[in-house]
Design a protein around this ligand. Sequence first.
Ligand code: FA5
Length: 356
Amino acid sequence: MLRNKLDALSAQALSEISQASTSEALELVRISYLGKKGSLSEVLKGLGEVPAAERPAIGALANESKRKIESALENQKSLLEEKELSQKLSKEKIDPTLPARSLHRGSLHPVTQVTRKLLQVFGRLGFEVTTGPEVETEFLNFEAVNIPKDHPARDMQDTFFMGPGVVLRTHTSAVQMRVLRSQSWPVRILCPGAVYRCDQDATHLPMFHQVEGLWVDQGVKMSDLKGTLEFFAKEVFGPGTKIRLRPSYFPFVEPGAEVDVSCFQCANGTSSGSGKKTGSCRICKDTGWLEILGAGMVHPRLFELAGKNYELPNSLGKKVTGFAFGMGVERIAMLLHQIPDLRLMTAGDTRFLGQF
Ligand code: FA5
């Protein structure tokens, strides 16, 4: 009786297994026969009623049925898995003709671009790059460049004090004394770097960048300074650009000048040279000129402070003199790209920065 039941069950199970068309359906078949409450377990519960003499034979038959079912399940499982994998692969075919997703490419910040351009232009004139610390002594930032204790530039309004006698440098001119003390002439250096002032509006940032130039050698003249800056202006703003020097005061140079370039937007350095009004220009506000830097001949006081007496006649009988200049990198980028507000440069908006 039980033998017949087992045979029928086994035949039924094998047929259901062969008909299962998905892994899920096959798992349901497995549970329905071999699960704790499955049909085979139910049939085997009747084993106790079988006469003891027949039990071993029936037990062996039950094991045989179970083994057959398990082996059929295993076979069907691997068939189904193979079938499902090939279905999946055919659905997920890669189409190499689809256009690729566009990658977001980074870009160099305009300050980096302008700095690199300046280093390259002055590099062609033999200027070597040097650097100095952004946290500087009050002495090197001020006294050493002839800015006395009562000078307004030292005001708490302008300078970030880090502690007694220590400031965030307010200009790259702070490296001048480091260079003059550590090197002998000839000196021809360019110092790019961040500087800090308590200042913030559309044309002033609390942290901005300057590039300082210093050239010390025998018989360096104001005309050398002018020629150097003319070369720089033409390279950076275009070949038609002119410059003009207006007398100005910086304690560390004598004579000192503020340097303007002719407006490259409205007159491209031609009619603006005469100072003529050229129409409504957003860049130069119709003056024809743009102020871009401070410059002048190194003040003799700086050589004294550096402990170098260059006044003594040297081998060629010429005095050692020098010129220096300092320019604001953001302001140059602002002019080149017509950026209306310097604060955009530090806002970190990649949509803005990606334009350059
Ligand atoms: C100086 O800092 C002098 N050390 C430059 C110098 C060097 C003169 C050597 C003579 C010889 P000034 O304070 O004008 O000068 O600043 C130089 C340039 O930095 C300015 O022309 C301007 O382009 C830029 N600048 C000044 N303040 C700011 C600011 N808050 N934000 C952005 N750019 C500024």
